[in-house]
Design a protein around this ligand. Structure first.
Ligand code: 2RA
Length: 336
């Protein structure tokens, strides 16, 4: 496939190139697109050196596959034109995620939703990490309701977010000055911020509502009661999530552990006696979402469970899921 990464210089764009290489995606020609500022820069890739091009729909129209790591506005402006030119587009932004005609896909959960679609939406990172664990639990025990609290890394705000956290931390520790923020609403270093994306009329943030809306769509449970509190913490690139579920059928921690051990995309790390549980440090750079601290929730008796998840925001939360979607495209399937 002739593959283009649009937004190639951002944190997700760079990760997309690495993931395509690592998973030996069948790339006949890789093209990297960014703004005019980066155009002309030569970068080393697993597919050889590539010179970054300034994006235009016209330049990108002979791609087979475009992986978009751009803003929602940019995606809205350009994805339909690329699709009309015959390019299959996997979009990482929120622009099309809730449109009925656009599948929102986490392959371990709803690969069948892909169909013959030419425009596919990649979910919000927090949602993708959540549903790989929720879906098998739903299949085994039935979900009645879900409560999530997140601990989200700086990478969710892109390369600028990661740079800001590093700069602030140095400023405090090395220069002895107060942290100064531009990307986040407050200094992130030595802080936690219960505010990601904009506040909505219902007092939740848009990030929190994305978890609700997107989880319902991916899991095909339009009425699932789900509430999320999304919090930014000073870690680099792994989102952690504390999840409480009430189930329709009885559940035990041991049964849930067995279900999650068998689930694709999940690695159970749950040996508290050996201090083994999911952590950003251990989940960094890993494809699988770590699941642990699995225990009965006393509020819901034998129908409740608490667990803790950690997933690499740039991998399962973004680039890896996008490439996994591309791997399932009909053009790449060998006829039976
Ligand atoms: C965040 N979920 O962590 C967002 C990014 N997609 O900010």
């Amino acid at each position: 496939m002739r593959v283009g990464v649009i937004g190639a210089t951002g944190a997700v764009g760079r990760e997309l190139v690495e993931v395509l290489g690592r998973r030996r995606f069948p790339v006949t020609k890789l093209r990297l697109f960014a703004s005019g500022r980066s155009a002309g820069t030569r970068v080393e890739t697993p597919f050889g050196p590539v010179v970054i091009e300034e994006f235009s729909q016209d330049r990108a129209r002979d791609l087979d596959l475009a992986l978009l790591a751009v803003s929602g506005d940019f995606a809205k402006a350009h994805a339909p034109g690329l699709v009309a030119a015959g390019v299959t587009v996997v979009d990482n932004s929120s622009a099309f995620r809730l449109e009925d005609a656009v599948p929102l896909v986490v392959p371990e959960v709803n690969a069948a939703a892909l169909g013959e679609a030419k425009l596919i939406a990649n979910p919000n990172c927090t949602t993708a990490i959540l549903v790989v664990a929720l879906a098998p639990l739903h299949a085994a025990f039935g979900l009645k309701r879900v409560i999530v609290s997140t601990y989200q890394a700086a990478s969710g705000a892109g390369a600028e977010g990661m740079t800001e956290l590093e700069r602030e931390t140095r400023r405090v520790l090395v220069e002895g000055e107060p942290a100064r923020n531009e990307v986040f609403a407050h200094p992130l270093a030595f802080n936690v911020i219960p505010h990601i994306d904009t506040f909505q009329p219902n007092a939740y943030t848009r990030e929190e509502m994305k978890v609700t809306w997107e989880t319902r769509k991916i899991m095909g449970l339009p009425d699932l009661p789900i509430s999320c509190t999304a919090v930014r913490i000073p870690t680099m690139r792994v989102h952690a999530e504390s999840v409480t579920i009430e189930t329709l059928r009885p559940v035990t921690a041991e049964a849930a552990r067995a279900v999650l051990r068998a689930a694709a995309g999940v690695r159970v790390v749950d040996e508290p006696a050996r201090n083994l549980y999911p952590m950003p440090l251990t989940a960094t750079g890993q494809d699988d979402v770590e699941a642990g601290r699995i225990r009965a929730n006393p509020v819901f008796g034998d129908h409740g469970l608490d667990l803790f998840l950690c997933g690499d925001q740039l991998l399962k939360g973004a680039a890896l899921n996008a490439v996994q979607i591309a791997e399932r495209l009909p053009a790449l399937q060998v006829p039976a």
